[in-house]
Each structure stands twice: as C-alpha cells, then as structure tokens.
Write a protein that binds this ligand. Structure first.
Ligand code: PLP
Length: 416
C-alpha cells in the first residue's frame, strides 16, 4: 500500500503512513481491541463523504444535498439490524465512548447513579472512571470480579445493587476473558429498577457471529465499537428497543455530537456487509479457537491466566506467580522489540500500578484476520514465552523478531 498522492503534497506524512503499513505488515498486532479492516472498508472511509455535512438522520437532515449520505446511513442501519437483531440502531457515534455518552444522556441526569466494573478488573474509562466525563457527571460505584475465580461476581453485584440503588448498571468489558451472563446482570438491574447498558465494544463481532451470547433483547441498551472484533472501521454504534429510539437519537445528535462522520458511516456499512457473509462466522470462531490455543500454549510454559483460560478473543496473563520480577511493562517492551505488539494490563487484585501493572493482555482478532490458525498460534505462544522468560536478552529478541517476520511474510495482509 503506497501513498503517492499524499507524497506529492506531504512527504513527511506519506513516510509515516507507509511506515505504519510496514509496521502492521511485519509485526504481530495482538492488542485485543485492534484488527485489520479490508481495503474496501478503507476506501469507503477515505471517500468524498468526508466533505459532507449530514446533521440529523436519513430523510430529516438539516442541510441540502444528503441523498447519498442517506443511502449510506440507511444501509448501515439496515445491515446492523440484521447482524445483531436490534429493533433500533444509531450508527453515528464517533467512537464507543461517544456511544456510551449517547446512552447516558438519553436516560440519565447529572448526579444519577451508575454501577459498573472497576477499571483494574477489566472495566472501561467511559463506565465512570474519575478521569472520564462519566465519572465527573455521575455518582459511580464499582463492582469487581471474584478474586479467586476471575469471573464476574454476579451475586456480589446484585447485593451491591440492592445497597446502592443505581439508576443504571453497566456490563461489557475491556479485559474480560469469559462469556458474560447477561441475564444475571439484567436480573440484578430489574430487582432495583435500573437500566442495563451492555457495552459489547470488544465482542461486537463475536456477538454478531453468534459465538458469544448476545445481550440484544435482554439489556435495555447495547453499545459497541465498530473497529474491534467487527472489521468495519473506527466508530461506535448504539442499539435499543423502539421505545428509547428517539431519546437515543437526540442524545447522539444534537446532544453529544454535531455532524456525523459520514465517511466512517460508509466504512461501517461496508464492514457490516462483509460480516453478513458466512465467512465471517468462520472467522469469529477461529478468533476464539486461536485465543484458546494461545492460552493453552502459555499455560504449558508455566504462565497463569486470569480465570484459568478464555471463551473470547483474548487472554489475560497474570505474571505475578510465574515471573514475580517481571512487570507487564517489562514484558510489553521486550515483546514490542521482538515484533509482538500487545499491552501491559492490570489484573484483578492489582498490586502494582496502572502504568506498570502485573499482567499482559493478548488478543487474536487481528492475527486471525491475517489467516493464523492453531499451528501459528502455538508458534506465537512459544515466542511470547521465550521473550518474557528472557526479557533482558537481546539475542532472544532478535531471533524472535526474525521468526515473527517470517510468520508475517507467509500470511501477508495486503497484496503488494
Ligand atoms: C474499546 C472500548 C470502548 C470504546 O472505546 P473508543 O476508543 O471510544 O471507541 C468502550 N467500552 C469498552 C468496554 C471498550 O473496551
């Protein structure tokens, strides 16, 4: 992929763009929230729709000239409804965090109470962290995962809800390796007459493909990202029942945003069409199988996994027992140098800091897109173990970097 037209105007940016393509091509992208979209999605995202203002919704715009914008947004909505089985869909949120903001603004008032999972236990900033708008606007209490099992403590959550009487319970997580039991959270919400927002940002693709249980039809609101396990380009989405449709739509625009990023809505429409093909279900299954193989390989090398394994697209490794002197940051740095890009992550019962925590999180969506299966995943698990075991050893990192490059060359991302 070359950027000749950009290069004529701006060689510095063209260098960075081409450098990024090479970085993605030649390394293993294992940040659990990342993926590789198709050239079709990228082309749609860089289309002339970036020029167009389309404030409002299809058929009800504030500006003239929206006929093609309407077509694009209507198709994105129709396909999303088919993928997730939702009654109402809003495809305009610029990101997953904006989608959550849209839901909060639709039914909560400043000062209302939110009960959500602690960030260090796998929650997300936009669920009410003090540094985020949600923490500043709302009165937030947090639930946790069970310290022993690493699973959501559903009973503790229900008890906490009884005591706190939240207006909304938020489920859906950033670093949770297990399938979520949406009905149990819904039951806790019903008990105290709270709304339930299920934020499936990480698992939108797994839910669409039916390899992870769906909260659509159970939770009052479902939000998601469109660039994680579903490969529809950067953005957010909100799903709800018809009764909340107009509140959600006016909370997104004009409540939280101005004009929608119509080029990104076009990317979503194309990515959703791809996800409706039968191959996408195979992809999603392979994502989960690959995470299982990765987890088992790491366990064979003595690593311990939060919750003892995975049902999703990610594994969360707790280094404290197997590598007491290695921080998540040490592991992240050494792995990056070896061409394996993932992130240091907090683990339940974190004893270090958020900046240099005790775990690493590794995801399989992006490497599965490049065609990795069981055999490659074992090689990846072996490589991660070798680098982390000898994170100070440059020779090991250099060897692994060569192996990684060879693996990547045999599974190229784009035709040259
Ligand atoms: C990734 C993520 C989001 C959305 O993040 P954006 O970067 O704003 O798109 C929201 N919720 C959860 C649980 C996430 O993991």
């Amino acid at each position: 992929m070359e950027y000749d037209t950009v290069r004529e105007t701006d060689p510095e940016i063209a260098d960075a763009l081409e450098g990024e393509v090479t970085r993605q091509q030649e390394g293993l992208q294992m940040i659990a929230s990342e993926n590789h979209v198709s050239p079709a999605v990228m082309e749609a995202q860089s289309s002339a729709l970036t020029n167009k203002y389309a404030e409002g919704y299809p058929g009800k715009r504030y500006y003239a000239g929206c006929e093609h914008a309407d077509t694009v947004e209507e198709l994105a909505i129709e396909r999303a409804k088919e993928l997730w089985g939702a009654e109402h869909v809003n495809v305009q949120p610029h990101s997953g965090s904006q989608a959550n903001m849209g839901v909060y603004l639709a039914v909560l008032e400043p000062g209302d109470k939110i009960l959500s999972l602690d960030l260090t236990h796998g929650g997300h900033l936009s669920h009410g962290h003090p540094a985020n708008f949600a923490g500043q606007l709302f009165d937030v209490e947090q639930y946790e995962v069970d310290a022993e099992t690493g699973y959501i403590d559903y009973e503790g959550l229900a008890e906490q809800a009884e005591a706190f009487e939240p207006d909304m319970i938020v489920s859906g997580y950033s670093a949770y390796p297990r399938e979520v039991e949406w009905e149990r959270i819904q039951a806790a919400a019903d008990e105290v007459d709270a709304y339930h927002l299920a934020d499936i940002a990480h698992i939108t693709g797994l839910v669409a493909a039916g390899v992870h249980a769906s909260p659509v039809g159970t939770a009052d609101f479902v939000t998601g990202s469109t660039h994680k396990t579903i490969r529809a380009g950067r953005g957010g989405i909100i799903m709800c029942e018809e009764e909340h449709a107009s509140d959600v739509d006016s909370a997104v625009f004009p409540g939280a945003q101005g004009g929608p990023l119509m080029h990104n809505v076009a990317g979503k429409a194309v990515g959703f069409k791809e996800a409706l093909e039968p191959e996408f279900e195979e992809y999603a299954r392979q994502v989960v199988e690959n995470a299982e193989t990765l987890g088992e390989t790491l366990q064979d090398h003595g690593f311990s996994l939060v919750s003892g394994g995975t049902d999703t697209h990610l594994v969360l490794v707790d280094l404290r027992e197997s590598h007491p002197d290695t921080t998540g940051g040490d592991a992240e740095d050494a792995l990056e140098d070896a061409g394996i890009v993932l992130n240091a992550n907090t683990v339940p019962g974190e004893t270090r800091s958020a900046f240099n925590p005790s775990g690493i999180r590794a995801g399989t969506p992006a490497i599965t897109t490049r065609g990795f299966g069981a055999e490659e995943m074992q090689a990846v698990g072996d490589a991660i173990a070798r680098v982390v075991d000898s994170h100070d050893d440059e020779t090991v990192r250099n060897e692994v970097r060569e192996e990684v490059r060879a693996l990547c060359q045999s599974h190229p991302l784009y035709e040259k």
